[in-house]
Design a protein around this ligand. Structure first.
Ligand code: SF4
Ligand code: SF4
Length: 186
């Protein structure tokens, strides 16, 4: 299930939305504070704050547009770090084994794995793009970077450039999502 990054030949997020259904989303304290200030549903389990959903149910911030599952928090620039990182896991120790293949010396010593449950993760020999993706994930994990490029599923930079237009291929969340979002605010 946890593939050391050197055993991944490519990662492309297809915006299938599977991860937004299956998993609970842990929030950093600042993220929980921002979402709480917006009146978003939150849940506390063993002292840790999560987006208010159950495993196997849709995240309230997920919406469908253009045949893709998209995140309204992303559009608002407040996507949680846990969501930015998935399906990549960054550790300071080789917690899932395969230490040599998981190791990367970048901004320190880290061990990085991909979750093989994500349909966008392809097994094989890692290449430079995968390595750059891993570095971006480490930067996000360390908090020295917010913007997603290679870890993101929206338009590729080259496509963005060709279109010469907005970062997102959308005008914004569809009306029903905005309505749901605004209803959290009471
Ligand atoms: S990260 Fe993987 S599971 Fe999640 S939306 Fe992208 S392709 Fe689907
Ligand atoms: S916050 Fe966004 S990326 Fe995270 S689970 Fe919800 S819809 Fe998906």
């Amino acid at each position: 299930m946890h593939l050391p990054w050197r055993r991944v030949s490519s990662f492309t997020c297809y915006q299938c939305g599977l991860c937004c259904y299956h998993f609970m989303v842990p929030l950093k304290p600042i993220e929980a504070k921002i979402l709480a200030s917006l009146g978003a549903p939150l849940k506390t389990i063993a002292g840790k704050v999560y987006i208010g959903k159950e495993p196997g149910t849709q995240c309230p911030f997920l919406f469908r547009a253009g045949g893709k599952e998209l995140c309204s928090l992303d559009l608002m620039g407040i996507k949680p770090v846990a969501c930015k990182l998935w399906p990549i896991y960054v550790y300071e120790r080789p917690v899932h084994g395969h230490a040599e293949e998981a190791y990367i010396n970048y901004r320190g010593s880290f061990y990085v794995y991909f979750d093989a449950r994500c349909p966008g993760v392809k097994r094989g020999k890692a290449n430079l793009r995968v390595e750059e993706t891993v570095k971006e994930a480490i930067d996000i994990w360390l908090g020295v970077r917010r913007e997603q490029r290679l870890t993101h599923g929206l338009l590729e930079p080259v496509e963005q450039k060709a279109k010469g237009g907005p970062r997102y291929p959308l005008d914004g969340p569809p009306p029903e999502v905005l309505k749901r979002y605004l209803s959290y605010r009471g």
